[in-house]
Design a protein around this ligand. Structure first.
Ligand SMILES: [Zn+2]
Length: 509
C-alpha cells in the first residue's frame, strides 16, 4: 500500500491486537507515525514528543499544561475544559513522563474523534504561549501581591501541584531513586518540577523549550482502531504536517555507563514538626539495566518481580518482613525508560537496618539464582501474566491509550514498536527459558552481577518545611526590596488582572 507524502517503513499483521500495523515517516516533516488498524470502535490518537529535561524547572510539565490554554485555531483560554464538556470522548488527557510528554484522546464517534485530534494538533504545534505571557504565569508561576502592606507570595498551577507532590514520601522516593541511578542525566532531573526551581523559569526558556522539542521531527504520532487510514493520513498531512520542514532535534536519551561502584545516597523528605520520625524512613535497593529489554526479558523480569515480591509466599518479601524491620516491603519494575529499573523498597523503617536489608536481599537472590523457584510456581506466574495480557482489561483506560504507551518502550529509543506486541513469541521464549533452566539466570544477569546499583535511604525531616518556608520568605523579601512603590502598585494590578482573567468565562478573545 502507498500513502501519499509518507514513506512506509514497515507493515505487518499484529496478531495480538487483532489488527494490521503500519509504521511510517512523514517525508517532509520527519514525523514518525504508527497505525494499528483493527475493529476497535474506541479510536485512539496520541501525539508524543521526546522532552528530556535539563534542569528541575519542570519545563516539560508546565508546557504540557500550557499548550492546552489556547491555540491558533482555538483561541479560547481553556479549550481543554470546553472540549471535555461537549465531547463524546472516552479519554482526554495529557501526561508528562521523565523523557516524554503525551497528548492522548479516544472516542467512538468519528466526527468527535476528528475534532479532538484537530484541537490537540493545533494546541501542540501552535499554542498561544508565544504571544500571551499570562499562560506561563498562570500555569507555571508568578508573584502575587494583594496590597502594598501584604507579603508577596508565589502562585501557579504547576507550582502548587508540585508543592503537593513534594509532601508525598513515595513520590519523593521514586524521584530520588532516578537521580541516584542516573546522575547528571535527564532522568536525574524532575520533569514535573521542583517548587524551588520552578520559580527560576523565564518566559524565554519556556518558549525556547517549545520551539526545540514540539516539532513534528521530534514527534511520535499514534493512531489506533477502526479508522480509515488513508483518510486520516491525508488529513494529517494536509492540515498540519505539510507545513513543517524536517529538522534535526537533539532529544536523544544517551545511555548512562554502568557504575563502577554502587551509588550510596541519603535524601530527606518533609514531615510535620510534631511528627515522631522513628520508623518513618524508606530503604531502597535499586538497579538499572543497560538497555531496553526484549519483550521476553521485560516479561521475564515482571514475572520475576511478581515471584520475588508479590505472589503468595513471595520468598524475598517474606524474608525481609520476617526481619521485623519494616512495615511493608514492595518492588517495582519500570520498562518505560531508556534503561529499565528494578527496585526493592522497605517502607517505614529506620536507616540503621540498611546493612541487614541489603544482606538479606543479596543472600535470598543468591539462593534463588542457584536453586530456582519451583516449576509449578513459575508456570502459574507465567499463566497469570499471559491471562492478564490477553484479557487486556485496563479499567477506564481505552486499549489504544495503553498500547500507545507500551509501543514507546522501544519506539522512543529508536527501536521497533511492534516488538512490544509480539506476545506469542515472547511467552514462547519465556517458557523455553524455564524449560532450559535459564529463567532464574535473570537474577544473576540483571540483579546480582549488575554493577549499576544504588542504595537510597530517604529519611524524614521534621525541620525541613519550616526551613524551606523561611528560605522562601527571605527570597521573596529580597525580591520585594528591589521593587519601587510603582513596581509594587503594578504588581498589585497584575495580580488583580490575572485573577480576573482566570475567573472569566471562556469567551473568544
Ligand atoms: Zn500537572
Amino acid at each position: 500500500m502507498e500513502y501519499r507524502n509518507y514513506k512506509v517503513i514497515k507493515e505487518e499483521r499484529i496478531e495480538a491486537l487483532n489488527g494490521f500495523g503500519l509504521l511510517l515517516e512523514h517525508e517532509k516533516s520527519g514525523a514518525r507515525i504508527m497505525v494499528i488498524k483493527n475493529d476497535d470502535e474506541n479510536k485512539t490518537f496520541n501525539i508524543i514528543f521526546r522532552t528530556p529535561p535539563k534542569d528541575d524547572t519542570g519545563l516539560p510539565h508546565i508546557l504540557e499544561h500550557s499548550v492546552l490554554c489556547g491555540s491558533r485555531k482555538y483561541p479560547v483560554k481553556d479549550p481543554f475544559v470546553e472540549l471535555a464538556k461537549g465531547s463524546l470522548n472516552t479519554f482526554l488527557n495529557a501526561m508528562t513522563y521523565p523523557d516524554k510528554t503525551m497528548y492522548p484522546v479516544a472516542s467512538c464517534n468519528n466526527q468527535d474523534f476528528r475534532n479532538l485530534v484537530d484541537v490537540y494538533m493545533d494546541a501542540v504545534l501552535y499554542p498561544n504561549i508565544y504571544n500571551d505571557p499570562r499562560i506561563l504565569q498562570q500555569e507555571g508561576w508568578h508573584y502575587e501581591l494583594e496590597a502594598l502592606e501584604s507579603d508577596m507570595t508565589y502562585n501557579g498551577v504547576v507550582y502548587n501541584e508540585m508543592k503537593g507532590a513534594s509532601s508525598n514520601p513515595e513520590q519523593v522516593l521514586f524521584r530520588q531513586i532516578q537521580t541516584a541511578l542516573f546522575p547528571n542525566h535527564p532522568y536525574g532531573y524532575d520533569s514535573g518540577g521542583e517548587p524551588d526551581a520552578i520559580t527560576d523559569l523565564t518566559q524565554e526558556q519556556f518558549v525556547d523549550f517549545h520551539k526545540t522539542f514540539y516539532h513534528p521531527s521530534n514527534s511520535y504520532i499514534f493512531l489506533y482502531g477502526d479508522l480509515d487510514i488513508t483518510e486520516q493520513l491525508t488529513w494529517l498531512d494536509e492540515t498540519y504536517l505539510n507545513d513543517f520542514e524536517k529538522i534535526k532535534v537533539d532529544s536523544e536519551l544517551v545511555r548512562v555507563e554502568p557504575f563502577k561502584d554502587r551509588n550510596h545516597v541519603t535524601k530527606s523528605y518533609a514531615v510535620g514538626q510534631e511528627t515522631n520520625t522513628d520508623n518513618k524512613a524508606y530503604l531502597s535497593y535499586n538497579v538499572a539495566f543497560d538497555k531496553p529489554g526484549s519483550q521476553s526479558e521485560n516479561l521475564g523480569l515482571e514475572v520475576m518481580e511478581y515471584l520475588l515480591l508479590d505472589a503468595p509466599g513471595a520468598p524475598l518479601k517474606e524474608a525481609l518482613l520476617k526481619l521485623n524491620i519494616a512495615e511493608d516491603i514492595f518492588g517495582s519494575y519500570d520498562s518505560g525508560l531508556r534503561q529499565p529499573t528494578f527496585s526493592i523498597i522497605a517502607k517505614n523503617t529506620n536507616v540503621e537496618h540498611e546493612a541487614l536489608f541489603v544482606e538479606t536481599i543479596e543472600s535470598v537472590l543468591g539462593k534463588i539464582a542457584l536453586e530456582g523457584f519451583s516449576r509449578r510456581k513459575i508456570e502459574a506466574a507465567i499463566n497469570y501474566f499471559e491471562f492478564k495480557v490477553r484479557e487486556a482489561d485496563f479499567g477506564q483506560y481505552p486499549k489504544g491509550v495503553i498500547y500507545s504507551i507500551k509501543a514507546l518502550d522501544t519506539w522512543l529509543y529508536d527501536g521497533d514498536p511492534f516488538e512490544n506486541f509480539a506476545y506469542d513469541e515472547a511467552f514462547r521464549q519465556l517458557r523455553e527459558s524455564v524449560e532450559n533452566g535459564c529463567f532464574t539466570s535473570l537474577i544473576s544477569t540483571y540483579l546480582l552481577d549488575n554493577p549499576h546499583t544504588a542504595l537510597l535511604r530517604l529519611i524524614p525531616d521534621a525541620q525541613m518545611l519550616a526551613k524551606k518556608e523561611k528560605q522562601l520568605k527571605e527570597k521573596l523579601h529580597q525580591y520585594g526590596s528591589t521593587l519601587t512603590k510603582e513596581d509594587k502598585l503594578a504588581l498589585i494590578e497584575g495580580t488583580k488582572a490575572l485573577k480576573k482573567h482566570q475567573a472569566e468565562p471562556n469567551a473568544r478573545e
